[in-house]
Design a protein around this ligand. Structure first.
Ligand SMILES: Cc1ncc(COP(=O)(O)O)c(C=O)c1O
Length: 424
């Protein structure tokens, strides 16, 4: 991309990164960590492109509300929101207070904490189809636990998935995953009733579970969800909703509540802890009983800090009607993005997702990288592919400013695009 220009509207110029620059040389990164970081989609190449230019933010130092500060002291308005783990804003005071009290009371001990039962009961109240609950630390673990429970319940092995469910072997096919494990797992296409039903019927009596991420690139077709419900019932398989991203975001009870389709098991995480590490699997009592017949256990699954944070989060979510506020703020952003797509079809080919979690589909990778780099240079952290998330700390003024910055970034990239050769 061409050298930076301070062209554009006054708002765009005002939005220029304003933080104090402590050290303009990029700190050495990645020398102790293969692949630069333990979280794949936070890698610089994933966010800003394969050449990872020198001026983009690469390391987090601090976060608060909807803002983060990088290793050079620069401030950004963030839409990555810890990859959707934060819906109340970074460092929410009430959640932090609950976590601090839990630290003072003792993080772990030899017995299960009272809080474990308390938070499980709260979740069952808010999401009544989660009759019983088990806690774990990550979404990947909780989803694997759900699949394990389905296998125990049905006595079958084969699993069908739709979406992303983490890095563990049962749903992956990368190097290092045994072929015998891969062979137990198949994908169905999102919202495609005929192909999904055909796949389920083909696996028939061998099918243990259908695991669905209910929002992928857009909202689910409720008819598709209903068919997955009725087909799994007919085949005696377990229907699992992976609501790691959607619970407490698109509704308190995620997609199950919003679209009125009850799964047998549900997996939740991310917004549940507002950044504190906690995930849970829950559902029908008879299926959850499998947890006592098999082995699902983790040393720190019940540490008190994340449980205390989650207790505070669940309370705030309900009393402050957080999903409704996310829908309003996200609606403002989403409507603005659609206008940008209409005005700049040569750079943006579509707006994907829904107001609470969305992204721009760019006409090609260089345009996407160009826009996010230009946006970062003007203080906005925007994810190129995969979801951007609003939190309740994104007020309308920030969202309007974001749209101005994105539009100027799009204009800059469009102007930089080499024109096709013609005759003089
Ligand atoms: C739908 C879904 N399921 C599972 C996971 C895995 O969660 P974790 O990264 O906490 O293991 C993710 C993570 O992005 C997710 O979006």
């Amino acid at each position: 991309m061409a050298a930076r220009r301070s062209a554009g509207s006054a708002a765009f110029r005002r939005a220029r990164v304003t933080g104090v620059i402590h050290d303009t040389s990029r700190p050495t990164t990645g020398s102790h960590i293969p692949g630069e970081t333990s979280t794949g989609s936070k890698r610089c190449e994933a966010l800003f492109g394969p050449d990872c230019p020198d001026d983009v933010p690469t390391r987090l130092v601090r976060s608060s509300g909807a803002r983060i500060w990088d290793e050079r002291g620069r401030e950004f308005i963030d839409y990555v929101m810890g990859l959707g783990a934060v819906a109340l804003g970074y460092g929410h005071p009430e959640v932090n207070r609950a976590a601090s009290e839990a630290i003072a009371a003792g993080v772990v001990g030899p017995l299960p904490p009272l809080l474990e039962e308390e938070v499980a009961a709260l979740l069952s109240q808010s999401l009544p189809w989660m009759e019983q609950v088990r806690f774990l630390k990550t979404g990947a673990e909780a989803t694997l636990a759900a699949v394990r429970l389905a296998r125990v319940h049905t006595g079958r092995d084969r699993v069908v998935t739709c979406g992303y469910h983490g890095w563990l072997d049962w749903c992956r096919s990368e190097l290092g995953v045994p072929a015998t494990v891969r062979a137990l797992h198949e994908h169905i296409p999102f919202n495609d009733i005929d192909r999904s039903v055909a796949c389920l019927r083909r696996l028939g009596p061998d099918l243990a579970a259908v695991v669905i991420e209910p929002v992928i690139d857009g909202e689910p077709d409720v008819e598709w969800l209903n068919r997955m419900r009725s087909e799994t019932e007919r085949l005696g398989a377990v229907l699992i909703f992976d609501e790691i991203k959607t619970a407490f975001r698109i509704a308190l009870g995620g997609a199950a509540e919003r679209y009125g389709v009850n799964p047998d098991l549900t997996v939740i995480g991310k917004a549940l802890g507002n950044g504190f590490p906690l995930a849970a699997v829950g559902g029908r009592r008879d299926i959850m009983a499998g947890a006592t017949k098999s082995w699902i256990s983790s040393t720190l699954a019940t540490e008190q800090v994340s449980l205390a944070a989650a207790k505070a989060v669940v309370g705030i979510m309900a009393t402050e009607r957080v999903p409704r506020r996310l829908a309003e703020l996200g609606g403002r952003l989403y409507a603005g993005l659609r206008k940008l797509a209409e005005r700049h079809p040569s750079v943006i080919s579509a707006v994907r997702g829904m107001p609470e979690m969305c992204y721009l589909e760019f006409s090609d990778p260089p345009s996407g990288f160009g826009v996010v780099r230009e946006a970062a240079a003007h203080g906005i952290l925007w994810k190129r592919t995969a979801y951007n998330f609003v939190c309740v700390a994104h007020d309308p003024e920030l969202i309007d400013r974001t749209l101005v910055v994105l539009e100027e970034a799009i204009r800059t990239v469009r102007d930089d695009t080499p024109k096709k050769g013609g005759s003089c």
